[in-house]
Design a protein. Structure first.
Ligand code: 3PG
Length: 212
């Protein structure tokens, strides 16, 4: 088991950090850590996402920081150069997977269908993102997939919220859940980082109850 996977077992909630300013990325990540979450995903959805990732890696070394929304092999290489501890993609792309595997860094590509999952398994993966979880069938779909792909663990994201987090985490096949509900843009814009900490703490509590 990788260190990242080990940390995900302990704090199985992965908040998305979307920022175009390094100070905001650091403050958001610090607020999440203060709420008890140890793994964050800096998403490549802004022009300065790479700088934000590098800043979080540098300033908050106790956090495990990965790169999300990684669409190309070049982005994956840049994320690794910036110090990403893991790579997340919305879909399954062999070249992205290979960059991470060659660097021995965990990679969690998004899958929905059995065909995509079989391909991921045959690329050597045993943890995948299940995205978009709520639209792609939610818990019944995960149960069906895991009855066939018995050694695979899933990271559902997309529509996960405080209302369904406990249900997802109660499935043994779910390694962790990801989502943006922990980092509301309006609270961050207003500088209300205590709200981020509250949400993180609430999620950490739910995770603890679901995992016993
Ligand atoms: C992701 O990239 O994982 C998704 O955008 C998360 O979906 P959410 O915004 O519904 O949490």
């Amino acid at each position: 088991m990788t260190d990242v996977q080990d940390r995900l077992e302990k704090t199985p909630v992965v908040p998305l950090v979307q920022a175009d300013d390094t100070a905001i990325a650091i403050d958001t990540s610090r607020a999440l850590a203060a709420g008890g979450l140890g793994v964050i995903e800096v998403v490549f959805r802004t022009d300065r996402a790479l700088e934000c990732l590098a800043a979080v890696v540098r300033e908050l070394p106790d956090l495990v920081a990965g790169a999300g929304t990684v669409l190309t092999a070049d982005q994956a290489r840049a994320a690794l150069d910036a110090g990403a501890s893991f790579i997340v993609s919305p879909g399954l792309d062999d070249a992205v997977v290979k960059v991470a595997q060659d660097a021995s860094v965990p990679v969690y590509p998004g899958i929905v269908t059995p065909t995509e999952l079989q391909r991921a398994v045959n690329l050597g993966l045993n943890v995948v993102k299940f995205f978009p979880a709520s639209i792609a069938g939610g818990i019944p779909a995960l149960r069906a997939l895991s009855s066939v792909f018995r050694s695979v663990r899933f990271m559902p994201t997309g529509g996960v919220s405080v209302g369904n987090l406990g249900d997802f985490l109660s499935l043994p096949s779910v390694l962790a859940c990801g989502g943006s509900w922990l980092t509301p843009a309006d609270a961050i814009k207003a500088g209300h980082y205590e709200r981020v900490t509250e949400l993180a703490s609430e999620a950490a509590g739910i995770a603890k109850n679901s995992r016993g």
